[in-house]
Design a protein around this ligand. Structure first.
Ligand code: PAF
Length: 286
């Protein structure tokens, strides 16, 4: 069934309050729309664990820098509604910018220091404050028991988990595995921007992670050797412009001096003007 759409906070709250009053648990999937099967997997996860499932579609201006792709960000609400319906959403929240930010520029923001400052945060200095602010606002609007985020945005997930812990927001944050195209490219709404040549070359991110994972599992591995193995894959792909690659501790997102039992490999690169990110966890045993 097509999910019922709400454009205003007040209308949505009336419906969700009624569900909560009857004891229903609300699962929430925040998105910026142009949904793909990665979003579908989040909605399906929410469907399997909650009585009511709501997805939001809001291209949040706060998380885009002035030179980024806010105006061009792909939008197709009817297509999104069909995908959300197939995946099992009951409701869609599709607020306007004016509904979310009625006073214009916000004076109150949420910033998760430290975790927001490295990697993507270094390349996009205002991004994570924009994400944390809109996600905390959406949590206040929706009041979910559980909220679902993709692990492709690994740093975003870490920032949101920390925000929820630091501010004691009563929601369980659920991370869901990356969904990939058959050739290994992580699904992303921004993949639509890629030319055919860049789309073919974009698999370099996944190949770099695979090389890093193989290196991480080899005897005597250390962060330098892993990063060299990842770098070598980029050196062989002239279409890709590397932003960063990193071996990090999954909890702190800091580069470790020595490898622990679990390491996280992160990568970000431009194909043409499209910036893509990817990551993987490597379990090295104890
Ligand atoms: O991951 C996204 O799509 C966005 O950053 C989010 C979490 C919906 C906040 O705008």
């Amino acid at each position: 069934m097509t999910p019922e759409r709400f454009k205003t906070i007040s209308e949505l709250r009336i419906v969700l309050d009624r569900h909560r009053a009857s004891g229903a648990e609300v699962g929430f999937v925040p998105t910026m729309g142009y949904l793909h099967d990665g979003h579908g997997s989040l909605i399906r996860a929410a469907r399997s664990a909650n009585d009511v499932v709501i997805a939001s579609i809001f291209v949040n201006p706060l998380q885009f820098a002035p030179d980024e792709d806010l105006a061009a960000y792909p939008r197709d609400l009817d297509r999104d509604a069909a995908l959300a319906a197939d995946a099992g959403a009951d409701y869609l929240f599709v607020p306007s910018v004016e509904e979310m930010y009625p006073f214009g520029p916000v004076l109150t923001t949420v910033a998760v220091s430290d975790l927001s400052e490295r990697w993507d945060g270094a390349s996009r200095p205002t991004h994570f404050a924009g994400v944390a602010t809109v996600v905390s606002k959406l949590f206040n609007i929706v009041g979910p028991c559980r909220a679902y985020f993709g692990e492709k945005d690994f740093q975003q997930l870490a920032v949101i988990r920390r925000m929820v812990a630091d501010l004691s927001i009563p929601v369980e944050v659920v991370g869901c595995p990356i969904v990939r195209e058959p050739d290994g490219l992580a699904m992303s709404s921004r993949n639509i921007y890629l030319s055919a040549e860049d789309r073919a070359a974009a698999v370099v991110l996944r190949r770099s992670l695979d090389a890093g994972a193989e290196s991480a599992l080899s005897a005597g591995a250390d962060p330098d050797t892993i990063e060299s193995a990842m770098q070598a894959i980029f050196d062989a792909e002239p279409r890709a412009k590397l932003d960063y690659l990193a071996v990090v501790d999954p909890a702190t997102l800091r580069r470790p001096d020595a490898l622990g039992s679990e390491v996280q490999l992160l990568v970000a690169a431009y194909l043409g003007s499209t910036r893509l990110i990817d990551n993987c966890t490597v379990q090295r045993g104890s």
